[in-house]
Design a protein around this ligand. Structure first.
Ligand SMILES: [Zn+2]
Length: 294
């Protein structure tokens, strides 16, 4: 599943090709890939054709390409299996391609942007831009407006996040996965950061001590930063690829998916428990639920 680093790789890879490019032609091969678009496929095609893109933006796992001179943007949700591929215009169209967008950039040769999505949980949509509540003068697609900034964002507010943790009646992993509190952290990064910070996934956020919360936030940044660095090196100009088995899977994982293997810190086996229809991987010795803080 694409997480923040993968989406950032796509955003950064698209930026030089898409910024200032004009859309020549749009083909919708799979109408279900437009489920988040308010109108019919014809409306999507009509609004996009002839439009020009401003620089691609990202918040958490959501990416959008603002339409120049319009209060709207092309919003790209990668879902579980979405990919954005840059192709030559005459390249064969993969059978899992759902939408193709031919673009011409003033300084580049004509290219084709392919939205490829095996499971069709991802989507493209034209969405209206609304004022961003946390940054005056900036706008954001209405579909993304409820998404919090990610911890790598220079405008992420640490104090506000820590205050929200202390206030909310929830547990820490739920909070890390809550995109309205903090974005960009998926199951893998949550498990890895919790392991590194020695925090149990079900620790109530109200009882998480401030030093431990700060350690956890620092570990979240470390694991995201490592994955961003890896993703960045795998980027190929001609082939912007979001692929579930690239990037973070190549780095060594300490807890996620390590069920039964020794904890790299204490040697006891990593265990997996069901959590929100998925799993939580952790060391039951290093990561114990701690008593309410005093
Ligand atoms: Zn351990």
């Amino acid at each position: 599943m694409p997480e923040l680093p993968e989406v950032e790789v796509v955003r950064a890879g698209l930026a030089p090709v898409a910024t200032g490019a004009r859309v020549d032609r749009v083909v919708v091969l799979e109408p279900r890939s437009l489920r988040r678009h308010a109108g019919p496929p014809e409306d999507f095609v009509a609004r996009l054709t002839g439009a020009a893109f401003d620089e691609p933006q990202r918040r958490g796992k959501f990416m959008w390409l603002p339409l120049s001179g319009d209060d709207a943007a092309l919003v790209v949700h990668l879902g579980m299996s979405g990919q954005v591929l840059l192709r030559e215009r005459d390249a064969p169209i993969d059978r899992l391609t759902r939408i193709t967008i031919d673009v011409t950039h003033p300084q580049q040769r004509p290219l084709r942007i392919d939205f490829v999505d095996q499971r069709i949980f991802g989507s493209m949509a034209i969405d209206e831009l609304v004022p961003a509540s946390d940054q005056p003068g900036q706008s954001i697609p209405s579909q993304v407006a409820h998404i919090a900034r990610d911890p790598m964002d220079p405008l992420f507010d640490d104090r506000r996040f820590l205050a929200a943790l202390a206030r909310k009646d929830t547990t820490i992993k739920r909070a890390l996965l809550d995109q309205t509190l903090v974005s960009g952290i998926g199951n893998i990064y949550a498990d890895e950061a919790l392991w590194a910070a020695r925090v149990h996934y079900d620790q109530p956020t109200r009882s998480l001590s401030r030093p431990r919360a700060l350690t956890l936030l620092a570990e979240v940044r470390l694991v995201l930063g490592k994955a961003l660095a890896e993703g960045g090196t795998s980027f190929d100009y001609q082939y912007v690829n979001v692929n579930g088995n690239s990037g973070y899977f190549s780095q060594s994982l300490n807890a996620y998916g390590q069920t039964g293997l020794p904890c790299p810190r204490c040697g006891r086996p990593i265990v997996r428990e069901s959590f929100m229809n998925r799993g939580s991987h952790f060391c039951a010795f290093c990561q114990r639920i701690r008593a309410v803080r005093v």
